[in-house]
Design a protein around this ligand. Structure first.
Ligand code: MG
Length: 264
Protein backbone atom coordinates (compact mmCIF):
# COMPACT_ATOMS: atom_id res chain seq x y z
CA UNK A 1 0.00 0.00 0.00
CA UNK A 2 1.10 3.56 -0.73
CA UNK A 3 -0.06 5.74 2.18
CA UNK A 4 -0.34 9.45 1.43
CA UNK A 5 -1.31 12.37 3.64
CA UNK A 6 -3.23 15.04 1.80
CA UNK A 7 -5.52 18.02 2.04
CA UNK A 8 -8.65 18.69 0.06
CA UNK A 9 -11.11 21.55 0.62
CA UNK A 10 -9.41 22.42 3.91
CA UNK A 11 -9.60 18.87 5.31
CA UNK A 12 -6.53 16.76 6.03
CA UNK A 13 -6.50 12.98 5.90
CA UNK A 14 -4.63 9.83 4.99
CA UNK A 15 -5.40 7.59 2.06
CA UNK A 16 -4.15 4.77 -0.11
CA UNK A 17 -2.80 5.82 -3.51
CA UNK A 18 -4.01 3.44 -6.19
CA UNK A 19 -3.01 3.12 -9.83
CA UNK A 20 0.28 3.09 -11.71
CA UNK A 21 2.49 6.16 -11.13
CA UNK A 22 3.92 5.57 -14.60
CA UNK A 23 0.56 6.71 -15.98
CA UNK A 24 1.10 10.13 -14.37
CA UNK A 25 -1.03 11.88 -11.76
CA UNK A 26 -4.16 11.56 -13.90
CA UNK A 27 -4.03 7.78 -13.52
CA UNK A 28 -3.88 7.83 -9.72
CA UNK A 29 -6.66 8.00 -7.15
CA UNK A 30 -6.67 8.16 -3.35
CA UNK A 31 -8.94 5.83 -1.40
CA UNK A 32 -9.63 7.87 1.73
CA UNK A 33 -8.66 6.18 5.00
CA UNK A 34 -10.84 6.01 8.11
CA UNK A 35 -8.46 6.24 11.05
CA UNK A 36 -4.71 6.70 10.93
CA UNK A 37 -2.01 4.38 9.57
CA UNK A 38 -0.34 4.06 13.01
CA UNK A 39 -3.42 2.43 14.53
CA UNK A 40 -6.65 0.84 13.46
CA UNK A 41 -7.80 1.95 10.04
CA UNK A 42 -9.81 0.88 7.05
CA UNK A 43 -10.21 2.24 3.57
CA UNK A 44 -13.52 4.01 3.03
CA UNK A 45 -13.92 3.15 -0.63
CA UNK A 46 -14.44 6.87 -1.32
CA UNK A 47 -11.89 7.75 -3.99
CA UNK A 48 -10.68 11.12 -5.23
CA UNK A 49 -8.29 11.79 -8.13
CA UNK A 50 -4.76 12.51 -6.93
CA UNK A 51 -4.76 15.59 -9.16
CA UNK A 52 -7.57 17.07 -7.01
CA UNK A 53 -5.67 16.95 -3.70
CA UNK A 54 -2.55 18.57 -2.32
CA UNK A 55 -0.06 16.02 -1.07
CA UNK A 56 1.41 16.84 2.35
CA UNK A 57 4.44 15.31 4.07
CA UNK A 58 3.32 11.68 4.52
CA UNK A 59 4.09 11.94 8.24
CA UNK A 60 4.68 14.68 10.78
CA UNK A 61 7.56 13.15 12.73
CA UNK A 62 8.33 14.01 16.33
CA UNK A 63 11.96 13.68 15.24
CA UNK A 64 14.02 12.84 12.19
CA UNK A 65 17.17 10.88 13.01
CA UNK A 66 19.61 11.08 10.12
CA UNK A 67 22.79 9.11 9.49
CA UNK A 68 25.94 10.76 8.14
CA UNK A 69 28.58 9.14 5.92
CA UNK A 70 26.71 5.86 5.45
CA UNK A 71 27.91 5.39 1.87
CA UNK A 72 31.69 5.09 1.40
CA UNK A 73 31.74 6.84 -1.99
CA UNK A 74 29.89 9.86 -0.57
CA UNK A 75 32.23 10.14 2.43
CA UNK A 76 35.17 9.99 0.00
CA UNK A 77 33.81 12.71 -2.30
CA UNK A 78 33.80 15.13 0.66
CA UNK A 79 37.26 13.98 1.78
CA UNK A 80 35.95 12.25 4.91
CA UNK A 81 36.73 8.94 6.56
CA UNK A 82 33.81 6.62 7.25
CA UNK A 83 32.86 6.10 10.90
CA UNK A 84 33.02 2.58 12.41
CA UNK A 85 29.53 2.93 13.90
CA UNK A 86 26.45 4.80 12.62
CA UNK A 87 26.85 8.54 13.01
CA UNK A 88 23.47 10.05 13.92
CA UNK A 89 22.25 13.63 13.98
CA UNK A 90 18.82 15.27 14.18
CA UNK A 91 16.74 17.24 11.76
CA UNK A 92 13.94 19.07 13.61
CA UNK A 93 10.25 18.51 12.91
CA UNK A 94 10.11 22.08 11.57
CA UNK A 95 12.50 21.15 8.73
CA UNK A 96 9.95 18.78 7.19
CA UNK A 97 8.12 19.77 4.00
CA UNK A 98 6.07 17.77 1.53
CA UNK A 99 6.15 17.04 -2.18
CA UNK A 100 5.97 20.22 -4.23
CA UNK A 101 6.70 22.50 -1.27
CA UNK A 102 9.51 25.04 -1.79
CA UNK A 103 13.02 24.55 -0.39
CA UNK A 104 13.82 28.06 0.86
CA UNK A 105 17.49 28.93 0.40
CA UNK A 106 18.82 29.93 3.84
CA UNK A 107 20.17 33.47 4.30
CA UNK A 108 23.42 32.31 5.93
CA UNK A 109 24.60 29.93 3.20
CA UNK A 110 26.11 30.22 -0.27
CA UNK A 111 26.35 26.46 -0.86
CA UNK A 112 23.21 24.35 -0.43
CA UNK A 113 23.41 20.71 -1.50
CA UNK A 114 20.87 17.96 -2.24
CA UNK A 115 21.24 14.52 -0.61
CA UNK A 116 18.88 11.81 -1.90
CA UNK A 117 18.08 9.27 0.83
CA UNK A 118 15.84 6.34 1.67
CA UNK A 119 13.66 7.27 4.67
CA UNK A 120 12.36 4.67 7.13
CA UNK A 121 9.01 5.50 8.79
CA UNK A 122 8.51 4.02 12.28
CA UNK A 123 5.10 2.48 13.06
CA UNK A 124 5.07 2.20 16.87
CA UNK A 125 6.64 3.37 20.08
CA UNK A 126 9.83 1.38 20.49
CA UNK A 127 13.06 1.25 22.49
CA UNK A 128 15.94 -1.25 22.58
CA UNK A 129 14.65 -3.02 19.47
CA UNK A 130 16.52 -6.30 18.88
CA UNK A 131 17.60 -7.03 15.32
CA UNK A 132 14.94 -9.71 14.80
CA UNK A 133 12.15 -7.30 15.77
CA UNK A 134 13.16 -4.40 13.53
CA UNK A 135 10.69 -5.43 10.84
CA UNK A 136 7.86 -5.08 13.40
CA UNK A 137 8.51 -1.37 14.07
CA UNK A 138 8.67 -0.19 10.45
CA UNK A 139 5.52 1.15 8.77
CA UNK A 140 7.21 1.64 5.41
CA UNK A 141 9.59 3.71 3.33
CA UNK A 142 9.55 7.05 1.56
CA UNK A 143 11.94 9.37 -0.28
CA UNK A 144 13.88 12.10 1.51
CA UNK A 145 16.18 14.94 0.60
CA UNK A 146 18.64 15.74 3.39
CA UNK A 147 19.15 19.30 2.15
CA UNK A 148 22.40 20.63 3.59
CA UNK A 149 24.09 24.04 3.84
CA UNK A 150 27.53 22.57 3.08
CA UNK A 151 29.51 25.72 3.88
CA UNK A 152 27.78 25.98 7.26
CA UNK A 153 28.39 22.27 7.89
CA UNK A 154 32.12 22.83 7.35
CA UNK A 155 32.18 25.97 9.50
CA UNK A 156 30.20 24.76 12.50
CA UNK A 157 31.02 21.74 14.63
CA UNK A 158 27.36 20.87 15.25
CA UNK A 159 25.11 20.48 12.20
CA UNK A 160 21.92 21.91 13.73
CA UNK A 161 21.85 24.95 11.43
CA UNK A 162 23.51 23.30 8.42
CA UNK A 163 20.98 20.48 8.26
CA UNK A 164 18.11 21.75 10.40
CA UNK A 165 16.95 24.94 8.73
CA UNK A 166 13.29 25.28 7.76
CA UNK A 167 12.43 23.29 4.58
CA UNK A 168 15.66 21.22 4.72
CA UNK A 169 13.80 17.89 4.99
CA UNK A 170 11.49 17.21 2.03
CA UNK A 171 9.66 13.87 2.54
CA UNK A 172 7.30 11.99 0.22
CA UNK A 173 5.43 11.53 -1.98
CA UNK A 174 3.91 8.68 0.09
CA UNK A 175 4.88 5.76 2.36
CA UNK A 176 5.32 2.45 0.55
CA UNK A 177 4.39 -0.31 3.02
CA UNK A 178 4.84 -3.40 0.84
CA UNK A 179 8.65 -3.63 0.90
CA UNK A 180 10.29 -6.09 3.28
CA UNK A 181 13.75 -5.47 4.72
CA UNK A 182 15.49 -7.40 1.95
CA UNK A 183 13.71 -5.41 -0.74
CA UNK A 184 14.33 -2.07 0.98
CA UNK A 185 17.98 -3.01 1.33
CA UNK A 186 18.55 -3.06 -2.43
CA UNK A 187 16.77 -0.16 -4.14
CA UNK A 188 18.06 2.33 -6.71
CA UNK A 189 18.30 5.87 -5.28
CA UNK A 190 18.74 8.83 -7.64
CA UNK A 191 18.70 12.60 -7.53
CA UNK A 192 18.14 14.81 -10.56
CA UNK A 193 18.40 18.60 -10.76
CA UNK A 194 16.47 20.22 -13.61
CA UNK A 195 16.24 16.75 -15.14
CA UNK A 196 20.00 16.12 -15.05
CA UNK A 197 21.15 13.03 -13.16
CA UNK A 198 23.34 13.97 -10.18
CA UNK A 199 23.22 11.00 -7.79
CA UNK A 200 22.76 7.31 -8.54
CA UNK A 201 23.34 4.59 -5.98
CA UNK A 202 21.72 1.57 -4.39
CA UNK A 203 20.69 1.08 -0.80
CA UNK A 204 22.80 -2.09 -0.62
CA UNK A 205 25.85 0.25 -0.64
CA UNK A 206 24.97 1.45 2.87
CA UNK A 207 27.77 0.75 5.33
CA UNK A 208 25.24 0.24 8.14
CA UNK A 209 21.98 -1.33 6.99
CA UNK A 210 18.43 -0.59 8.08
CA UNK A 211 18.34 -3.21 10.86
CA UNK A 212 21.63 -2.04 12.33
CA UNK A 213 20.46 1.59 12.26
CA UNK A 214 17.22 0.86 14.12
CA UNK A 215 19.08 -1.21 16.74
CA UNK A 216 21.72 1.50 17.16
CA UNK A 217 19.30 4.42 17.44
CA UNK A 218 16.87 2.67 19.80
CA UNK A 219 19.72 1.73 22.13
CA UNK A 220 19.79 5.44 22.88
CA UNK A 221 16.27 6.79 22.46
CA UNK A 222 12.60 5.96 22.18
CA UNK A 223 11.20 6.22 18.68
CA UNK A 224 7.57 7.26 18.30
CA UNK A 225 5.00 6.40 15.63
CA UNK A 226 5.80 8.56 12.60
CA UNK A 227 9.42 9.15 13.51
CA UNK A 228 11.72 8.99 10.50
CA UNK A 229 15.23 7.65 9.96
CA UNK A 230 17.25 9.04 7.03
CA UNK A 231 19.70 6.36 6.00
CA UNK A 232 22.46 8.40 4.34
CA UNK A 233 23.17 9.51 0.80
CA UNK A 234 25.09 7.94 -2.08
CA UNK A 235 27.82 9.81 -3.98
CA UNK A 236 27.08 12.72 -6.28
CA UNK A 237 25.88 15.45 -3.92
CA UNK A 238 26.05 18.91 -5.41
CA UNK A 239 24.74 22.45 -5.39
CA UNK A 240 21.18 23.69 -5.57
CA UNK A 241 20.34 27.23 -6.60
CA UNK A 242 17.13 29.26 -6.52
CA UNK A 243 14.97 28.23 -9.46
CA UNK A 244 16.27 24.66 -9.54
CA UNK A 245 13.89 21.72 -9.46
CA UNK A 246 15.29 18.75 -7.52
CA UNK A 247 13.82 15.24 -7.61
CA UNK A 248 14.66 12.23 -5.47
CA UNK A 249 13.49 8.94 -6.97
CA UNK A 250 13.63 5.59 -5.19
CA UNK A 251 12.87 2.41 -7.05
CA UNK A 252 9.48 0.89 -6.17
CA UNK A 253 8.60 3.88 -3.98
CA UNK A 254 8.19 7.02 -6.08
CA UNK A 255 9.56 10.47 -6.85
CA UNK A 256 9.77 13.48 -4.52
CA UNK A 257 10.11 16.82 -6.34
CA UNK A 258 10.72 20.28 -4.84
CA UNK A 259 11.71 23.65 -6.24
CA UNK A 260 14.36 25.85 -4.65
CA UNK A 261 13.33 29.45 -4.01
CA UNK A 262 15.08 32.55 -2.71
CA UNK A 263 14.30 33.74 0.77
CA UNK A 264 11.80 36.58 0.95
MG1 MG B 1 22.50 12.96 4.55
Amino acid sequence: MRIARFSIDGNVGFGSVEGDPADGPDGLVIDIMKGVPFGEFELSGTKVPLAKVRLLPPVLPNKVVAIGRNYAAHAAELGNEVPDAPWAFFKPSTSVIGPGDPIVYPSFSQEVHHEAELAVVISRLCRDVPRERVKDVILGYTCANDVTARDTQRAEKQWARAKGFDSSCPLGPWIETSLDLDAAGDLAVTATVNGELRQAGRTRQMLHGIEELVVNITEAMTLLPGDVILTGTPAGVGPLNPGDEVSVTIENIGTLTNRVVSRG
